[in-house]
Write a protein that binds this ligand. Structure first.
Ligand code: IPE
Ligand code: IPE
Ligand code: MG
Length: 240
């Protein structure tokens, strides 16, 4: 079945998603929360295909926040297991679909075997160009900003830079997202109207689309609906 949809224009160059609602999805079905996370992983594959079909070159997915470490140990373990399985299973897909993997966040907190697998996957996909997939893992925006400030302070103390050298560009180059474009469109599923410590610096001028749909139910149609919403926005960046 050909379910191709018209591609809205203009398209965002970078879409970032706060993939929320896995737990509620499972609960509403009388299932354990980890089943919701598993269903959420299927939604990731649908959205990867949708980005490739539309021709969107950057997709960032908020998969695990620095605050999510506070969840019950069984849930954290289930999420880490799922990440490991995803990387092991999907490397073939990433290669065949020409997707390059990146990761942002405090990766030193990931289980060692997963962090090694992640780095191998990043290295293996480094030559792919159709889509850049950025996984935000153990990611918190405040921590990212503090880390950048610390690095800049250190360089200043060592005489490598002067405070007057600290521009927006220099600051960006010290963030995890160095070299990546800012998101044009931020999608949050599950109806929560909040940012939850995600890309605070980078979304200064992103368009925001919130949908009540829970992440495991999020389909290509929902994604294209968000793209249509974006295409209808007037971005002014403070101008008239
Ligand atoms: C999002 O779903 C996935 C992660 C935060 C890892 P949740 O697990 O937050 O699901 P809800 O919000 O409790 O429904
Ligand atoms: C945001 O969802 C983090 C991810 C989607 C990974 P949360 O469920 O952790 O956020 P809150 O608690 O609703 O703000
Ligand atoms: Mg949530």
């Amino acid at each position: 079945m050909d379910n191709r949809l018209p591609i809205p224009s203009p398209l965002p160059r970078h879409v970032a998603c706060i993939m929320d609602g896995n737990g509620r999805w499972a609960k509403s079905r009388g299932m354990m929360r980890h089943k919701g996370h598993r269903a959420g992983a299927d939604a990731v594959n649908r959205i990867l295909d949708s980005c490739l079909e539309a021709g969107i070159p950057w997709l960032t997915l908020y998969a695990f926040s620095s605050e999510n470490w506070c969840r019950p140990r069984v849930e954290v373990e289930a999420l880490m297991h799922l990440l490991h399985e995803f990387l092991k299973k999907e490397i073939k897909t990433l290669m065949s679909k020409d997707i390059r993997l990146h990761a942002i966040g405090d990766l030193s907190r990931l289980p060692e075997k997963t962090s090694i697998l992640l780095q191998n996957t990043i290295d293996q996909t480094a030559g792919n160009t159709s889509l850049n997939l950025v996984l935000a893992l153990s990611y918190g925006s405040r921590a990212e900003i503090l880390r950048a400030v610390r690095k800049i302070a250190e360089e200043s103390r060592n005489g490598k830079l002067d405070p007057s050298d600290i521009t927006e560009e220099l600051f960006c180059s010290h963030l995890y997202t160095s070299g990546m474009p800012d998101p044009d469109l931020l999608i949050r599923t599950s109806g929560e109207n909040r940012i939850s410590n995600f890309l605070l610096w980078q979304i200064s001028y992103s368009e925001i689309h919130v949908t009540d749909t829970l992440w495991p139910d999020f389909t290509k149609e929902d994604f294209f609906e968000a793209l249509r919403d974006y295409a209808g926005r007037q971005r002014r960046f403070g101008g008239v």
